[in-house]
Design a protein around this ligand. Structure first.
Ligand SMILES: [Zn+2]
Ligand SMILES: [Zn+2]
Ligand SMILES: [Zn+2]
Ligand SMILES: [Zn+2]
Ligand SMILES: [Zn+2]
Length: 258
């Protein structure tokens, strides 16, 4: 089901599910908005809350009828489907190359994870993930009293240089600690996450800069979207636009007077 086609249902369960989707938005990027060229698509599986942008889940063609996420589409019993990289069961999963499952968001934010096919974003390739990541414990799980889960899966570490805090990608996603930063090229997105301390420090800096930067980034955004056609690039731009640009502004070249 595509956003905009949703009809109201009296069923309580469905209403609750709708609420979750509206609050959470896309399971991968957390944005609640949909775009004509990159709609938010809802899984029609029974009791499934998955909502994803077409480009965030690698949906090559959005069907006109019902759409099912890979988990609902598979014959595997739901209880057996769990992410190899984190302790959370819900969310947008894909098959891994070793026959298991992993969240697309976990795959994006753990640096060594790759997608065998970048347009369909599957299967998720885990073989290059260093063993060390599986030995780390998630400090968010520990903080929230989920000690038994803290050591499961693999962890990313705070992107602040020198910080050693480790956490599950989805724990950081629920805590609002993930972001996308502009990479070396204008159309390149870097997936970053921070511990609570460094995230709030970054947000503080960002607020100070916001007034100066807002206008410029809006102008830049519209011109770039019309000039780039590749789905991946459009996605990268769409996703990076509403999010804070955390990279420092490079100072303008000094004026030389003659
Ligand atoms: Zn998304
Ligand atoms: Zn589903
Ligand atoms: Zn996961
Ligand atoms: Zn965790
Ligand atoms: Zn940190």
């Amino acid at each position: 089901m595509v956003s905009g086609e949703r009809c109201l249902a009296a069923d309580d369960d469905i209403l609750v599910n709708n609420m979750k989707e509206m609050i959470g938005g896309c399971c991968v990027c957390s944005d609640e908005r949909g775009w004509a060229e990159n709609p938010l698509v809802y899984c029609d599986g029974h009791g499934c809350n998955v909502a994803v942008h077409q480009a965030c889940y690698g949906i090559v063609q959005v069907p006109t009828g019902p759409w099912f996420c890979r988990k609902c589409e598979s014959q595997e019993r739901a209880a057996r489907v769990r992410c190899e990289l984190c302790p959370h069961k819900d969310g947008a999963l894909k098959r891994t190359d070793n026959g298991g499952w992993a969240h697309v968001v976990c795959a994006l934010y753990i640096p060594e994870v790759e997608f065998a096919n970048v347009s369909t974003m599957e299967p998720i390739v885990l073989q290059s993930v260093p063993h060390d990541r599986y030995n780390k414990t998630c400090y968010i799980c520990e903080d929230q009293g989920r000690e038994s889960k803290a050591a499961s899966g693999a962890c990313m570490t705070c992107n602040k240089h020198g910080c050693r805090q480790a956490f599950h990608v989805t724990c950081a996603q629920f805590a609002g600690l993930l972001c996308e930063e502009q990479g070396s090229d204008a159309d390149n997105v870097k997936y970053c996450g921070y511990c609570k301390y460094h995230y709030s420090k970054l947000k503080h800096k960002e607020r100070d800069r916001h007034k100066l930067k807002h206008r410029k980034s809006l102008e830049l955004g519209t011109s770039l979207i019309t000039s780039i056609s590749s789905a991946d690039k459009v996605r990268a731009l769409l996703l990076s636009l509403p999010l804070p640009h955390l990279l420092p502004l490079s100072p303008p070249p000094p004026l030389v007077e003659h």
